[in-house]
Design a protein around this ligand. Structure first.
Ligand code: ADP
Ligand code: MG
Length: 351
């Protein structure tokens, strides 16, 4: 196990795409670190550059106390699980799991023993003689995990390892993988474009956009205090309300309403400044009756989320959303009022 440190890590592909722009990042030993961002932001490039499958254009990769920037992948002592698992179709489970040990010239009996031990741990004991084509997606995913575990690497790198599983299996695999990582205590970098996955699994996480890291923090920090409107709109199972507004002395003018300056922005917003007011639908209190400081409007849509409902209000030509507990949801066309929680609302500079 080892810490991973990236120093001004830069990757420019031939042709000029700057996939990583001077990234600085330190992942302490044993941490489960999630890297989140939209497609094309550089997540795979970052993992491949850590693994040595891509050469850095600039900067350094340090694993433990070794600068590995110029080392071959095999000399870096880290293991990577790919999105498509990259299992060998002609090998059975035992040989697939033992393959990295074969590369390391470990003798066959020792390889089989290790494969059996790791396979048992992942619930694959009854499948050791099968080939990947005879396994379900979830089982293949466990073989890919087992192969990584058999290597006893200093760090694990996962590139969207759950994205090929169906929704139900993905949730199970998420819990399973998280538990396994806790038991093994191996430094893990987990790439995903699924914000729920990152929030659920990570000790800490980074949000990437176009080759840059926009925020690093615990899931709670990133969820509650997104650093900018990009992160704010990317995180959360329902999008944050982001409403244009103007500072008017002690209050904000937002969507034709006068709203108190949120606790987090007190003293930081100059009079007259154009701002974006952000508040999550979860942090709105919904009522059918007017309330001081609430956004009032007409109910346009009501979406059933199971134990809650997402209510969309038309408020002076803008849209405001609130999460409403089961049983108190309104009907379309009703008058509705959404009161933001000032201790959870945020203010961003516009532009
Ligand atoms: P992500 O994994 O977040 O979807 P990638 O790391 O795959 O993003 O890609 C980041 C950027 O680098 C994209 O603009 C992509 O088109 C570009 N890119 C990725 N691989 C190559 C390559 N081998 N050659 C040129 N450009 C590439
Ligand atoms: Mg990718």
């Amino acid at each position: 196990m080892a810490a991973i440190e990236l120093r001004a890590l830069t990757k420019v592909y031939p042709g000029g795409v700057k996939a990583l722009d001077a990234l600085d990042l330190t992942i302490p030993e044993g941490e489960f670190f999630a890297l989140l961002g939209p497609s094309g932001c550089g997540k795979t490039t970052l993992l491949r550059t850590i693994a040595g499958l891509e050469t850095a254009t600039g900067g350094a990769v340090v694993i433990g106390d070794r600068d590995v920037t110029n080392l071959q992948p095999g000399a870096r002592d880290i293991a990577m699980v790919f999105q498509d698992y990259a299992l060998f179709p002609h090998m059975d489970v035992t040989d697939n799991i033992g393959y990295p040990l074969r590369i390391k010239k470990v003798a066959k009996p020792a390889r089989r023993e290790k494969a059996a031990e790791v396979g048992a741990r992942l619930g694959l004991d009854h499948l050791m003689d099968r080939r990947p084509g005879q396994l379900s997606g979830g089982q293949q995913q466990r073989v890919a995990l087992a192969r990584v575990m058999a290597t006893q690497a200093q760090a694990f790198l996962f590139d969207e390892p759950l994205s090929n599983l169906d929704a139900r299996l993905r949730l199970e695999a998420r819990t399973f993988l998280k538990k396994l990582q806790r038991e093994l205590g191996v430094t893990t970098v987990f790439v995903t474009h699924d914000q729920a996955e990152a929030l659920a699994m990570a000790d800490r996480m980074a949000v990437m956009e176009a080759g840059h890291i926009r925020q690093i923090g615990t899931p709670a920090e990133v969820f509650q205090r997104p650093a900018n409107t990009f992160v704010a709109s990317f995180i959360g199972s329902t999008p944050m309300n982001l409403l244009d507004g103007v500072v008017r002395g002690d209050t904000l003018e937002v969507a034709g309403h006068s709203v108190a300056v949120p606790t987090s922005a007190k003293g930081r917003v100059p009079d007259g400044a154009e701002i974006v007011y952000g508040v999550r639908p979860e942090y709105m209190t919904y009522a059918a009756e007017p309330a001081e400081g609430a956004f009032g409007g007409k109910v346009a849509i009501v979406e059933n989320l199971g134990a809650t409902h997402l209510v969309t209000l038309d408020v002076n030509d803008v849209t405001v959303q609130a999460i409403v507990p089961e049983g108190s949801e309104p009907a379309i066309g009703d008058d509705g009022y959404a009161l933001p929680r000032h201790d959870r609302a945020l203010v961003y500079r516009n532009g």
